[in-house]
Design a protein around this ligand. Structure first.
Ligand code: ZN
Length: 263
């Protein structure tokens, strides 16, 4: 049984990484939480598995032009939110698969940036209750992020060439799954809903009726906020992998081992 917090969630990672399938997912998803954490001193990095090259309705659209446009839009949005940087993995939009190639890419990103928390789409969401289907890429990106975090990123024997190239194993402490039907924590985003909307505005190629998007974004965050007694919130299914004291003990142990090895 998963515990659900009754007040707003207050733990904050020093470093975090958002893994998204498409440009705009991170902004429709956890952007207000990301902006709030960054305002409080966290450092964030965004990884987009695809560049959204299938995100248009005209079949004559050039997918490479569209990908380049959507990368520019996502970089502009990421700047609004305050990420330190963005990586595009250039996987095909609509055909994302949780395979070893994607997992290795994500392990490489995690071991390079070394986040305390990874935010990703909840892979278990197949339907949004009875209102629509969750895109196959969102599910694939969610599974790939989870599988990259545990066990691959922390296991030096997973993709062993990475450790040999200097990308040492890294323990991500927590996973925050967004677009979840089973949220367990809600982050107060009262001060950053406007930034989320500014970030969403950057995705001009994807927006037909921004007024409608603004309306439901405000309604949705207010509804989630009400559950924890704040004006606006975003919900996540939070999965704890290592309690903070376990990580500190493991790191201290590592230092002792290193000191013994050196002596
Ligand atoms: Zn998407």
């Amino acid at each position: 049984m998963t515990e659900t917090e009754t007040g707003p969630h207050t733990w904050r990672p020093d470093r975090f990484m958002v893994v998204a399938a498409h440009p705009d997912d991170a902004d429709f998803g956890p952007a207000a939480t990301v902006a709030s954490w960054i305002d409080q001193g966290s450092v964030g990095w965004l990884v987009c598995c695809t560049s959204g090259d299938a995100g248009a309705e005209d079949p004559d659209t050039d997918p490479l032009d569209l990908a380049a446009l959507r990368e520019r839009e996502q970089r502009a949005a990421a700047e609004v939110v305050g990420y330190e940087g963005v990586t595009f993995l250039h996987m095909p939009d609509g055909a994302l698969v949780n395979d070893l190639i994607l997992r290795e890419h994500l392990v490489r990103e995690i071991r390079t940036f070394r986040p305390d928390a990874v935010l990703a789409t909840d892979p278990e969401t197949l339907f949004y209750r009875d209102r629509g289907v969750n895109h196959t890429d969102h599910r694939a990106a969610g599974y790939a992020a989870v599988d990259a975090v545990y066990p691959a990123a922390r296991n030096p024997m997973a993709f062993p060439w990475l450790a040999k190239q200097g990308l040492a194993a890294h323990r991500v402490r927590r996973i925050y799954l967004f677009w979840s039907d089973t949220p367990t924590v809600r982050v107060d985003v009262t001060g950053t809903v406007d930034r989320k909307l500014d970030a969403l505005r950057a995705h001009a190629s994807q927006l037909k009726d921004f007024d409608e998007i603004e309306k439901w974004t405000r309604e949705w965050t207010a509804e989630v906020g009400k559950e924890v007694g704040v004006e606006a919130a975003e919900g996540f299914h939070m999965v704890m992998i290592d309690e903070d004291d376990e990580v500190e003990a493991a790191e201290a142990g590592g230092q002792v081992e290193a000191a013994v090895a050196e002596s």
